[in-house]
Design a protein around this ligand. Sequence first.
Ligand code: 5GP
Length: 331
Amino acid sequence: MTTTAISESATRAQVAEAIRGRQRFVIASHVRPDGDAIGSQLAMACALRALGKDVRVVNRDRAPEPLLPFPGVADIEIAERVDDPGDAVIVMESGALARTGVEGLERGFVINIDHHLGNTMYGALNWFDLSAAACGEMVFDLIQELGVPLTPEIATHVYVAILTDTGSFHYSSISPRTFEICRQCMEAGVDPPAVARAIYDSGNLGKLRILGAVLNGMELDESGRLATLWIDRTLAAACGGTYDDTEGLNNLPLTVKEIQATVFFKEQAPGDWRVSLRSKGDVDVNAVATQYGGGGHKNASGCSASGDLQGLKHEFAVKVLEQIEIAGSRQ
Ligand code: 5GP
């Protein structure tokens, strides 16, 4: 066993100990929560309730539409402030406390559970595991440490976390442990085809039209290795959809063999853009996102950027192509 593994399991044991000794919990995650955020929060909430704890799950933004049918999602509190942080605040998937977008959490005993590069270690307890393909993997281990049986509901939340945060098992973050956890989740009652249908095949016509419009506006760089996409609210509304309907869209160009990375710009306000980056293999888009104060993982990261779209497209293209070159030179 490596030193990292020893300290990692020691930290997990400390987190379990802190949980056992406390009664009232707030579980938070990041703004615009994704499948890993929601799955990790709800798996943890179920486990804590099984131990007789009082739990509130709080996010600043509501869950993406495809996750709404999953148990417990509709009960997540949407708030910008928490007045009572309980005995402990468990923050999932957030590199910095500010990324929760929820005020008041800092007044509690914060347990920081995350698998992202660059976590700022803002908690009273910080459990950080870069080797986890999803925060859901860490939650799975913690639930085992707490001795809570893997119910079908907990297993489903863990599986949703892993399925979505690995881009449906595409990213290089997956490991044998990922499949071992999924195996146990399936044995506990998860129905992978049903979960996949709920998440990926339950869209609406607006989503399909957005897909067509955004892909129609796709630009390829001269070398054909980088695809750039964009959307603004006018285009989304004209298609009869919303930004929720763009989930997963930036993975599609990567189905083309030659395309190594995608940059997807979503306008938030005039001149304000959310930027979602995706890549294959060794191409490190996180190295680009962090230059803009964002973060994430090597193959999937995000940030915000301001400016005119043409200028930003060029700026990001230069930086991402640089990463494609670096990855190419390593082969
Ligand atoms: P997405 O492109 O789907 O919004 O995010 C991809 C990954 O990057 C997710 O793991 C997400 O948590 C992370 N991410 C996205 N935006 C930001 C950001 O602004 N800051 C940080 N630290 N991580 C981000």
